[in-house]
Design a protein around this ligand. Structure first.
Ligand SMILES: [Zn+2]
Length: 113
């Protein structure tokens, strides 16, 4: 399950931020997940609780914000909204669409106590 290693990556970011900024407790972790990132939010939520144990974000809430997916259609020469990787262009129906936005995941914000 690759959500487990993603959760470990989040823990690393949170612990590093805690050390760098000198806070000891995180109440909420706000995470941005692109719609085209192959991340299962529910699986990640489960892994998050397990991985954060005994760290500064132990028991912290996880807030997930979805970022809509966008792609660049070669045929239209325009950015178009897409719901999934390899979806056809909603304008011309063509398949020459390259994912250009909403493909990643990042820690957006930490709420500390
Ligand atoms: Zn198009």
């Amino acid at each position: 399950m690759h959500e487990m290693s993603l959760a470990e990556g989040i823990r690393q970011i949170v612990e590093d931020a805690g050390r760098a900024q000198g806070f000891g407790r995180v109440r909420t972790v706000v995470l941005e997940i692109g719609q085209l990132a192959s991340v299962e939010p529910e699986a990640l939520r489960f892994c998050f609780d397990v991985v954060m144990k005994d760290g500064i974000a132990d028991g912290a809430a996880l807030r997930i914000e979805r970022v809509p997916g966008t792609g660049w259609c070669l045929q239209c020469a325009a950015t178009v909204p897409i719901d999934a990787l390899y979806d056809p262009c909603p304008r011309c129906g063509g398949y020459r669409v390259q994912a250009s936005g909403g493909t990643g995941m990042r820690v957006k914000e930490l709420e500390i106590e």
